[in-house]
Structures are given as C-alpha cells and as structure tokens.
Design a protein around this ligand. Structure first.
Ligand code: PGA
Length: 248
C-alpha cells in the first residue's frame, strides 16, 4: 500500500504567531490512514518540530546543492535535518521561476537531500501555454527524467504534480486531466525505477486544493495526497483536507 500524504507549503508566510495553527492541527492527533507534513519557512522549522512532535512531520521548502560552505543566505539539507525536518520540497515552480532552477539543479539538490537523510518532494508542472499547446505530458516527462536522480525509492521520493497555472489561482484542472498526468507519472516511474519502486512512490496533486475540491481530487486514480499552499495556512482548512484524505 502506498503512503497517503497531506503536505502543507507555507511558502514565505508565517512568524511565531502562525505556530498556533500548527498547534491546533497537532491537537487533532494523527490521522489513521495518512501522513501530515508542514513545510514552514526555515526560520520556524525547529519551533514547528517542537509543536508538532511525532504527530505531524516538518519539512523545508528548498535546500542548497552543497551541505556547507560559502553560500550566504542559503540553507543546507543537513541544516534542515538538524533543525528537525524529515522532508524537503525541491523544484517548486516558484523556485524554478524566481531562482532560475533547472531540472539539473533540482536533481543535484535531491541527491544532497537524500545524503542528509531527507525525503524529497519533487515538484513538476506545466505552464498554461504548454498546456494549451498540448505539450503537458512531454513537459512532465522531461521534468521527471531530469529532476529525479537515480536511486529513488518509495521511501525517499514523493512527486508533486503542480500545474503552474493552478497555483494560487483558484483554477484546477479537470479530474480527468489530473488523472491523465498521474497515470503517466506512475508509468514513467515504474519504467525507470522498476514496478516495485514506481508503484510505491506517493504522487501528490497541488494547485488550488481546498476543502471543497479535495474529496473529488483524492478519488482520482494515482492521486495519493496533495501539496497545499494557501489552504494549509489555516488549521480549519487544512484539517478538512487532511480529513478528506484520511477518508479517501
Ligand atoms: P496553492 O499552492 O494551494 O496556494 O495553489 C500550491 C503550491 O504552490 O504548492
């Protein structure tokens, strides 16, 4: 059975006051059938871990390709791990856009993260023009091939499909569009890493997931959870998404 994962990406949001939301979520206890992950800004990781204990996992939103060195302002995978993180998001479209990250950068970072013992949540997704030109599967195939290092397992890798045009916009692909991409990703992972591994990598959908649309998205084949931005900032919204995944 594949792990189901509800992952919250707080992006550049949250000071100490935001930990109250995490406290509320933690107080609900761990869901029976799903794992919960919150990726706060790195300034909050250590305090978030203290609040979340063993109920909710904590992750980073990016890491450097090296474990240490002269890289002012950057955070390494070892540092995230040391602060209490178990996961790190890599290759989010906002990193790809804001910091010019290419597939190759993501792949190198992922290797470093695995060396530090972190689970990588590797993001892929097409732009609106790529979708309209009917290039979605080509783009996703290329990103999967380029961003995931050799050596992936069902334990060290999670893949998140996040159409860029659906992030923070309230727009969501149709369920059949989500299903097509997730089935394609599953087939690609099985082909590259073998059926045993490919079948066990959790595949998340991300992009405007809300309590209202979560149940139908979680019913789509090969959707094992969600990567949630805006709706992960409020415990009431994210709690409802977690409950929908737990019940799916
Ligand atoms: P959103 O963000 O849920 O606010 O659309 C998703 C993401 O970027 O991970």
């Amino acid at each position: 059975m594949r792990r189901k994962l509800a992952a919250g990406n707080w992006k550049m949001n949250g000071t100490a006051a935001a930990l109250a939301e995490l406290e509320t979520l933690t107080a609900k206890g761990a869901p029976e059938n799903a794992q919960v992950l919150i990726c706060p800004p790195s300034t909050l990781i250590s305090r978030a871990k203290d609040v979340a204990g063993d109920i909710i996992s904590i992750g980073g939103q990016d890491c450097h390709a090296n474990q240490s060195g002269a890289h002012t302002g950057d955070v390494s995978a070892e540092m995230l791990k040391d602060a209490g993180a178990t996961h790190v998001i890599l290759g989010h479209s906002e990193r790809r856009e804001d910091h010019n990250e290419r597939d190759e950068d993501v792949r190198i970072k992922a290797k470093t993260a695995w060396d530090a013992g972190l689970v990588t949540v590797i993001c892929v997704g097409e732009s609106l023009s790529e979708r309209e030109a009917d290039n979605t599967l080509d783009i996703i195939g290329g990103q999967l091939a380029g961003s995931i290092p050799d050596g992936a397992t069902g334990e060290n890798l999670v893949v998140a499909y996040e159409p860029i045009w659906a992030i923070g916009t309230g727009k969501v692909p149709t369920l059949s569009q989500i299903g097509d991409v997730h089935d394609f990703m599953r087939a690609r992972l099985e082909r590259r890493f073998g059926e045993g591994v490919g079948r066990t990598v959790p595949l998340l959908y991300g992009g405007s997931v809300k309590p209202g649309n979560a149940p139908e998205i979680f019913a789509v084949s090969n959707v094992d959870g969600a990567l949630v931005g805006g709706a992960s900032l409020k415990a009431s919204d994210f709690g409802a998404i977690i409950a929908a995944l737990d019940a799916s």
